[in-house]
Design a protein around this ligand. Structure first.
Ligand SMILES: [Ca+2]
Length: 586
């Protein structure tokens, strides 16, 4: 049995019986705070999102030793050592590097350019990178492939908000893809967005460019309309609303631009590439640049370019692991799907799987063309290129047809490839990195002193380029998600009642208010996942990923209670962490 001392108590109203989908209205639902054995009640109110630079700078834990990058042009050009004691040999090595850098600075070398390619919903666990042959060659084989990259929350808007701010969801407070869930809301714009990493890059004199999907509610009237261009961006080509491939509106530097369904003029992945090529032509060579390319692929509706519509005709979703398995000892939502899945669901997900791959071929071409362009303008050797996704995806795992939003590996793992100065080719790196680390890593490269920024993540530059930085990998981290449901019953699935959402195909629901969870994922000498649900069952799941990589067996009733207690304590601590305390593993 689950030990009493590890049981949770709920800090907000019960979600009701699990015998049927619970009835809930959106107005009375508040995201639940999970609590642990010591508190026996709700977590204290979360600290304010905004935090002064002085407070962050005064925090000794945030001040990690390492070699500072050359300041960008316009700055002093000086490089220096941060605080922290070093053995003599290490000091000598650092001094040598320092001298190298000073030589580079004295010759007027620019700080490195940075490119972030952020795709939408690409998994890494189910073969999502298989069609990306050119990307793997141009970035992965030329640099580092991270084998353990995770999102801290497996859904578009919260994940993208985490990438932009370097913060866990409990600190940026974007809970889901809706405006009421804070996605691109006025509250977000006033707070976290004003401290997102592009703001710092702009202050470093980077020329900044964005094209593609930003946040799911971006550009909607209630979210400030297309006139709202987030701070820090010089060239702005952002999709209004969620991923589409044709028939969309862009905000082009604050003005609406309508697009139709002509492949040559409108196909969004190609447009993102073309705008980025124009930006490179028009940029000022005096300053470094940052480009963020966010194509819609492989998000639904999985619309491939015409030349790719007949590709992968014989491909189907993988049948191994947890495919079409019942979620028998899992949380309520996972116990609802029909098992085995009906043929109609399997046909639907196989078709989705094929079309996702087809849509990715345009992304692969985009990356390849961009890398060749950087080479032709002689910027490739001085450019870091990051390739990643906002969340993973599943097709039939635990009998859930297609979606993300689950705590399992297929949804929280993402691809991450990086190439750039100081990164040796063909590296595969195993230490865990998170999407909240992208902002700190990009700012680290740009020369920003990380003690002056309010971010929960940490730079992973030391992992890919140990000649440039020292650092220590994290032993564990937090994944958190707030479930979303409809307050009224779906007319096409009346038997389900209210409180659930994403019930397609075959009335299998991919989300519910009950799908609110927080997990600690350990990845060092241990390979464990421990998750608590904010529901009326206080449901707990725990997996040993070493012996059970597909998470088929919930071991919560078997595991040593002291391990449960340790994981529970870590979870409590991480759920209320802010900035440097999110990196405190003592
Ligand atoms: Ca997504």
């Amino acid at each position: 049995m689950f030990p009493a001392e590890c049981s949770m108590s709920l800090s907000s109203p019960s979600l009701g019986s699990y015998d049927q989908a619970v009835s809930f209205t959106s107005s009375n639902f508040q995201p639940l705070r999970l609590s642990g054995p010591d508190s026996g009640s709700s977590q204290p109110n979360r600290p304010p999102v905004e935090r002064s630079a002085e407070a962050a700078a005064a925090d000794p834990a945030a001040q990690r030793p390492g070699l500072r990058m050359a300041a960008p042009s316009g700055g002093t050009g000086a490089a220096g050592l941060r605080r922290g004691g070093k053995p003599a040999a290490a000091r000598a090595a650092l001094l040598a590097l320092l001298l190298t850098c000073c030589v580079r600075c004295a010759t007027g070398a620019k700080p490195s350019n940075i490119v972030l390619v952020l795709v939408d919903d690409q998994d890494v666990d189910l073969g999502g990178m298989t069609p990306m042959k050119k990307t793997k060659a141009a970035i992965g084989e030329a640099g580092a492939t991270f084998l353990n990259a995770f999102t801290v929350t497996p859904l578009c808007c919260p994940s993208r908000s985490s990438i932009l701010t370097g913060r866990y969801p409990h600190n940026h407070e974007v809970r889901n893809n809706s405006l009421s869930g804070n996605c691109s809301s006025l509250l977000w714009q006033k707070g976290p967005e004003s401290e997102a990493f592009p703001v710092y890059l702009s202050k470093q004199k980077y020329q900044t460019f964005f094209a593609g999907k930003y946040l799911n509610q971006y550009g909607q009237k209630e979210a400030g309309d297309v006139i709202h261009v987030p701070p820090g961006w010089d060239q702005w080509n952002a999709l209004v609303g969620n991923s589409q491939y044709y028939n969309y509106t862009l905000s082009v530097n604050g003005k609406a631009e309508q697009h139709s369904d002509s492949y040559e003029k409108d196909y969004l992945t190609d447009l993102v590439l073309n705008r980025s090529l124009h930006f490179l032509e028009d940029r000022s060579p005096q300053h470094p640049f940052f480009m963020m390319l966010a194509p819609p692929a492989p998000h639904s509706p999985w619309t491939a370019a015409p030349q790719n519509l007949d590709k992968f005709n014989n491909v189907q979703a993988p049948r191994d692991g947890s495919f079409n398995k019942p979620g028998k000892d899992k949380h309520w939502l996972l116990r609802q799907p029909v098992n085995p899945m009906p043929n109609s669901s399997i046909n639907f997900l196989d078709n989705a799987y094929r079309r996702r791959w087809q849509s990715l071929l345009s992304v692969d071409d985009m990356v390849d063309t961009l890398v060749k362009k950087l080479e032709s303008i002689k910027e490739l050797d001085n450019t870091y290129i990051f390739y990643t996704s906002d969340n993973g995806y599943h097709t039939g795992q635990f009998s859930l047809p297609v979606d993300k939003r689950q705590l399992y590996e297929f949804d929280i793992r993402v691809p991450l490839l990086v190439r750039g100065p100081g990164i040796k080719p063909n590296q595969t790196l195993k230490a865990p990195v998170l999407n909240i680390d992208l902002g700190p890593t990009i700012l680290d490269i740009s020369g920003v002193n990380l003690t002056t920024v309010n971010m929960d993540g940490q730079s992973f530059l030391f992992q890919m380029a140990p000649s440039l930085r020292n650092g220590t990998a994290r032993p564990y981290f937090l994944v958190e998600y707030t479930g979303e449901g409809n307050p009224v019953s779906d007319p096409s699935c009346p038997k389900l009642g209210s409180g659930v959402s994403e019930c397609f195909p075959d009335c299998v629901c991919e989300d519910s208010y009950n799908n609110t969870y927080a997990c600690v994922r350990t990845l060092n000498d241990q390979n464990l996942q421990y998750c608590e649900f904010a529901d009326s069952e206080s449901f707990v799941e725990m997996y040993n990923l070493s012996s059970d990589p597909h998470q088929l067996e919930n071991i919560v009733k078997k595991v040593d209670p002291s391990i449960l207690q340790t994981m529970n304590q870590r979870l409590i601590k991480l759920q209320s962490c802010v900035a440097s305390s999110c990196r405190d593993y003592s």
